[in-house]
Design a protein. Structure first.
Length: 211
């Protein structure tokens, strides 16, 4: 998610004094998304996702949030907003699963209401992700694909919870696995530089011409 500063020359001076936080943000997002998505498709018959709490708090949440802060310092508004947003998403999602948070217990007598509330929560993230998809259209093909599949993932998860359709939630899980794979690829593309053994293409769009 650091493609934007490579298009805007003034940001290069900032990057020269900082390491690239994009691989950290993308890998933390990808790993947490992959684990939760595997739970959503009931891999190895796992139906209770609470093991994700620690990972969502510290890797998907804190690490990604910090990556967003470092992107702000580097002058990359897009990457900063995206990483900070999804870091906050994972922190908030983990809170839903923490027993002592009281959130789950509040719906103990109305589990269907919890599914509806979670569906609405996921719809808001689908909207946010779609806005990032629009913003990614001048960054790279990899990022555009990432936000496209993430938008579809949130959409299926929201529909599955609102309609109480387990197969739809599983469909969202499979899309989440694809999303995680794309995020891993984009993260590796940011991690490898010309000084490494090889690089991989992420399909960067050419800079927009301003006449």
């Amino acid at each position: 998610m650091s493609d934007v500063e490579k298009v805007d020359p003034p940001h290069r001076a900032h990057r020269s004094r900082l390491g690239n936080p994009a691989p950290l943000g993308l890998f933390s997002f990808a790993s947490t998304t992959l684990v939760l998505s595997l739970y959503n498709v009931h891999a190895r018959h796992v139906v209770i996702p609470n093991v994700i709490v620690g990972m969502a708090l510290f890797f998907g949440g804190l690490s990604q949030f910090l990556a967003g802060m470092w992107e702000f310092a580097a002058g990359n508004t897009f990457g900063a907003t995206a990483f900070t947003s999804y870091g906050a998403f994972w922190l908030s999602f983990a809170t839903l699963l923490i027993p002592n948070s009281g959130i789950g217990e509040a719906y103990a007598d109305a589990p269907a209401m919890f599914d509806d509330a979670l569906g609405i929560y996921l719809i808001s993230w689908m909207i946010i992700t779609f806005l990032f998809l629009i913003g990614s259209l001048r960054k790279s093909v990899g990022l555009s694909a990432l936000f496209l599949f993430l938008t579809l993932t949130f959409m299926l998860l929201a529909i599955g919870n609102l309609m109480e359709k387990e197969n739809v939630v599983k469909g969202g899980g499979y899309l989440g696995i694809i999303t995680a794979a794309i995020a891993y690829y984009c993260g590796l593309g940011e991690l490898l530089t010309d000084n490494d053994l090889f690089t991989i293409p992420t399909g960067k769009y050419p800079p927009r011409r301003i006449d």
